[in-house]
Design a protein around this ligand. Structure first.
Ligand SMILES: Cc1ncc(COP(=O)(O)O)c(C=O)c1O
Length: 457
């Protein structure tokens, strides 16, 4: 028999209670947090969709590997197992562990960038952009036009605009040290990039003799979308597709907190011997010896096992379907979201939902805060607060005003997701009562983490 229900491909061995709170308590907690959900105590959150990063549930096999780890300072068995898994998956020659993705970015960019250069990407994630700009380098976003319009349907909205990339390479070639592509495109809605597009980037990089790096945090989710949507790919395993994605690049930065299915970890991997040596020298200064890179041996074991589990078909089928399921419920209720749903999150289009709140009054903050107060759900603004601050201190509207509801891996069940859908639909129904916010204080970089807000009358 062929049943249609796609079930969670696991059973639960260990549980963690969630705390139910009252509306008044949540309103007080949010006020105390400066109306910034990043500043809440996590135990005051019922369903935490702030991020899918480091929040996943590890498997019993991962916990078993944790217990068996080798904690030797240099040359531990766990490092060699980690290195073998990463090499088998990516094909890259040099594997450098780091404590998370941004450490890999920092080490790569610090060693290769020079002020005045420009790095193209489909969309730089915020830490990637910040690490590039910290070197006096421009981070240029070149996602295809469709990727910037929430309601436009396209199977690969994360694709980079190859024409724009070619023009940039022609105009600024000498100042471009590498080309990057983020899979999936987190800042653009968790949207995938096609193999065809990656091949196109490879061809341009060959023509202009530029290295090509993937920001590979969600490589497995991207591979699953390729299997589902790209002509000729349906019969391949996600692992084989992922291996081809990596084979088109010269290196990658990776946060193992996403598709590494681990709570911490990352790596930088590449084929360039000179860059790898420079990166290892900096690694020793800032992260640790090259065979642990800021991680415990047990973290290396967890990531190694996670990278094997994440490409399993049953897992990816459930993972992508569970996001799509939430998306379908919201679309059916008329809630504006980025369509089609991405790989790790649903992105509510707060600008479309709250046309009476201008971008500089942060409609994304209004939606995120209301969801917390009404239902104890924590999402995050990805919009004008995150991307609207210019280097001269002035503000402009971000490209979109979104609220990301990121789904942790293997953590919540279908009834949790049903509750989230019900809450979002209720908040959307009360949209006319929502008001904007103003910023009371904020740091100069990555302001969304610590900005203090005040509701407008
Ligand atoms: C696309 C992308 N790149 C880089 C990072 C940074 O990774 P980490 O949080 O492990 O430093 C993230 C984290 O969310 C991400 O989504």
């Amino acid at each position: 028999m062929n049943f249609r229900t796609i079930i969670e491909p696991f059973r639960i061995k260990s549980v963690e209670a969630v705390k139910f709170t009252r509306r008044d308590d949540r309103a007080a907690a949010l006020r105390a947090a400066g109306y910034n959900v990043f500043q809440l105590h996590a135990e005051d959150v019922l369903i935490d969709l702030l991020t899918d990063s480091g929040t996943g549930a590890m498997s019993s096999a991962q916990w078993g590997a944790v217990m068996q780890a080798d904690e030797s300072y240099a040359g531990s068995r766990s490092f060699y197992r980690f290195e073998a898994v990463v090499k088998h998956l990516t094909g890259f020659t040099y594997v450098i562990p780091t404590h998370q993705g941004r450490a890999a970015e920092h080490i790569l960019f610090r060693t290769i960038l020079k002020a005045g250069q420009v790095v193209p990407n489909n969309n730089h994630f915020d830490t990637t952009r910040a690490n590039i700009e910290a070197e006096g380098v421009e981070a240029r976003d070149l996602v295809i036009e469709e990727g910037t319009v929430p309601h436009v349907l396209h199977p690969f909205k994360g694709n980079i605009d190859l024409g724009a990339l070619e023009r940039l390479l022609e105009e600024r070639g000498p100042q471009i040290p590498l080309v990057m592509v983020t899979v999936t495109n987190n800042s653009g809605g968790g949207q995938p990039v096609s193999l065809e597009n990656l091949r196109g980037v490879r061809t341009l990089c060959d023509r202009f003799a530029k290295p090509f790096f993937l920001d590979a945090c969600r490589f497995a989710e991207n591979a699953w979308f390729i299997k589902l949507r790209e002509p000729g790919q349906a019969g391949r395993t996600p692992k084989a597709i992922a291996q081809e994605m990596f084979s088109l690049a010269d290196g990658c930065t990776m946060s193992a907190k996403k598709d590494g299915l681990a709570n911490i970890g990352g790596f930088l991997a590449m084929n360039h011997a000179g860059w790898a040596e420079a990166a290892r020298n900096l690694l020793i200064l800032t992260e640790g010896f090259p065979t642990y890179g800021g991680l415990a041996g047990y973290d290396l074991e967890a990531v190694a096992r996670g990278l094997e589990e994440v490409v399993e078909e049953d897992y990816l089928r459930y993972r992508i379907r569970s996001i799509e399921y939430l998306g379908e419920k919201l679309i059916a209720a008329g809630v504006p979201i980025i369509r089609p749903p991405g790989g790790h999150a649903i992105y509510l289009d707060a600008r479309a939902l709250l046309p009476h709140i201008p971008p500089l009054e942060y409609p994304g903050i209004a939606v995120a805060n209301e969801l917390y107060v009404e239902a104890g759900i924590r999402g995050v603004e990805i919009g004008t607060v995150m991307f609207g601050l210019r280097s001269d201190g002035t503000e402009r509207p971000g490209p979109m005003d979104l609220v990301r509801l990121a789904i942790p891996r293997r953590v919540y069940t279908q009834s949790h997701i049903d509750y989230v859908a019900e809450a979002v639909i209720a908040v959307a129904a009360s949209r006319s009562q929502l008001r904007g916010y103003r910023i009371v204080s904020a740091p100069k970089a990555l302001r969304h983490f610590t900005a203090v807000f005040e509701p407008l009358g």
